[in-house]
Design a protein around this ligand. Structure first.
Ligand code: ADP
Length: 153
């Protein structure tokens, strides 16, 4: 089975994330959207809220699941027997950041290679990020245009 993990904070899930998952669905047998838990980080939405937003957003996609994990993404992938990590690329900054992570992950998994698969953001979605959405929410702005319908505050 070709399974991909799409890791991130998803605080909250945006139309940028949705676009990447929707386009990856035909490429894999299953996609696990995995929320990484970082005890040092402050989140706007609780883990349960973030999972619920994702569950509702993908309820019509039988091959998309949501889960959470602590620690390194590659250790989570190994525990789930997953060989692919899915990531989205918005801009050159994402590229540089993702390159070092993907190369580190390859170095850490020599005998059991986990490949990172990148999809370029669709035009019109590259400006969307969870941090911008949080900023708009905190000032009472129209965040709805950047998130799936399931995300409501
Ligand atoms: P992190 O906390 O690791 O930054 P995010 O939840 O922000 O995680 O994002 C998870 C993944 O989704 C990353 O690969 C990121 O590049 C991608 N992503 C986020 N926003 C967009 C977007 N607008 N278009 C394409 N990919 C995106």
């Amino acid at each position: 089975m070709k399974i991909a993990v799409f890791p991130g904070s998803f605080d909250p899930i945006t139309l940028g994330h949705y676009d990447i998952v929707e386009r990856a669905v035909p490429l894999f047998d299953k996609i696990i959207i995995a929320i990484g838990k970082n005890s040092q980080k402050k989140y706007m939405f609780s883990l349960e809220q973030r999972k619920e937003f994702i569950r509702k957003t993908f309820e019509k996609f039988p091959n998309v699941e949501v889960d959470d994990f602590e620690g390194l993404t590659i250790d989570y992938c190994k525990s789930k027997n997953v060989n692919f990590i899915l990531r989205g690329l918005r801009n050159p900054a994402d590229f540089e950041f993702e390159k070092s992570i993907a190369q580190t992950n390859r170095a850490l998994t020599r005998e059991n290679t986990i490949e990172t698969i990148f999809l370029l953001t669709s035009s019109g979605k590259s400006y969307i990020s969870s941090s911008i959405v949080r900023e708009i929410i905190s000032y009472g702005g129209n965040y709805q245009i950047m998130v799936p319908d399931a995300v409501r505050v």
